[in-house]
Design a protein around this ligand. Structure first.
Ligand code: FES
Length: 116
């Protein structure tokens, strides 16, 4: 696999109508994430192949700012620098998904979720 983890952060900006991630500061948050992920991995002496890219709308606008990580297909809402720090340290560096459980969104598409 080319990247161990490939993170896409929605940076979509929409004028009027449905809300969007860019109006919730996702562009700035992606910048913070890129910088902190690089620092955290370097400080730990890890050479992980982790890529963090901006993305257009991921169609979860009301849940944003959203990010998705492949190959796992895990979805997150990352709202501020503290959440970014925990995501970079606990998840990207340590691989501890349980430490970021409160930041997660459902990984299932609404059509796949159990009805109840
Ligand atoms: S604007 Fe971010 S998911 Fe649609």
């Amino acid at each position: 696999m080319y990247f161990e983890k490939h993170v896409f952060v929605c940076e979509n900006l929409r004028q009027g109508g449905r809300e969007c991630c860019a109006e919730k500061k996702s562009v700035e948050l992606r910048g913070v994430l890129k910088r902190r992920a690089k620092e955290v991995l370097r400080e730990a002496g890890l050479k992980r192949r982790i890529r963090i890219n901006g993305a257009a709308c991921l169609d979860r606008c009301e849940e944003g700012p959203v990010a998705v990580v492949y190959p796992e297909g895990h979805w997150f809402r990352l709202r501020d620098a503290d959440e970014i720090e925990r995501f970079a340290t606990s998840y990207l560096k340590d691989g501890d998904l349980s430490a970021v459980e409160d930041l997660r969104l459902s990984d299932l598409h609404p059509t796949e979720r159990p009805r109840g």
